[in-house]
Design a protein around this ligand. Sequence first.
Ligand SMILES: C[S@@+](CC[C@H](N)C(=O)[O-])C[C@H]1O[C@@H](n2cnc3c(N)ncnc32)[C@H](O)[C@@H]1O
Length: 344
Amino acid sequence: MDFDPLEFFEPGPELPVEDTDNENVGNLHNDDIAKVEANSNEVSAEKIPENGEDTTLEDTIYTIRLQVIDLPLVNASLPVEILSTLLKLFQPDQTKNFGQTSQSTVPSSANMTTSELDIEGLSKDILLYEPALTEDKIGNITWGASLELAKQIVNGNNSIWLPKDTTALTTPILELGAGTGLVTIVLGLLGYRVVSTDLPEIVDNLSKNIELNQLECVKSDPSERIVIDSLVHVTSLDWRAPNEFLNRTSYSNGYKTVLLSDPVYSTSHPYWVKDAVSAVLSRSENAHVVFMVGRRDRFEDVRECLWQLMSDLGLKLISSQIVDGFDDYGTLQYDYKVYGRKDD
Ligand SMILES: C[S@@+](CC[C@H](N)C(=O)[O-])C[C@H]1O[C@@H](n2cnc3c(N)ncnc32)[C@H](O)[C@@H]1O
């Protein structure tokens, strides 16, 4: 699945031309027209009335349609955030995750970077491989939501849903859309058994990251049975076909704890996630599904649809918080929501 990281970027409100300090960018006055006409047929004229008076030739501003090669001319009109985002996208070897939180980035090959994350309260730093943007899949990027969920796990803001007794440590937690594996790794470092899943093309890098953090990990192929005999088991689970996963796992009645961070970024995703949750969440009374979702303006409808679909599934919203965090593109708030089969 191709994904344009800029889809996640929310430019600020567009400035009217008169509010910018380069009013003439993109507009040509009469004196300039002759030069333009030689190169373009796409010149249009608009009259700017002043105080209700008739316009004169001098008041007429000619506008040419901007071409791609004109971009340098208009760069002063673009929000600074867009330019800095573009620069980041063209610098795959540099630190790009979570601003200050990503402490160092070690290029491990021409195509890979390794980020080192320090989560307060966790005794060990976490290493995450991320393939360079040239071969990017969205699941090969670590998103701010997984950092925020990881922090809630480490800092104990999880008493409703994270089992603490020793049997709980052996009952596997299921992560959907695990991406680069940050949440899975944090759970593994705390001793929890995890089945960590994503699309087939993501699981290689996911399992590589689990091993990079010295956690016991077994990866199964889509054709293999899932035998959970290691701390972390990595395998594919496509939300569009969750039964293919269920047919392979010994937990065919579902998992009691299901986690998702930043799973919805298109109008289809809430429906796919609903189908997956419906299939893999145990019917047990103490089953929980936990979400950490960035509150991006652009995806507000998609998020609301997700919450509605969870309620349609008969799940109860047990806890709902807004947490402050950040991702590559700046500060961001996140919805941290826990749903259950019954009120806790
Ligand atoms: C925005 S990323 C979030 C990744 C990770 N949870 C994080 O927060 O860093 C969305 C994740 O959902 C996965 N995903 C998208 N569509 C999926 C599908 N149909 N089935 C399973 N996973 C999917 C992507 O591969 C990706 O890992």
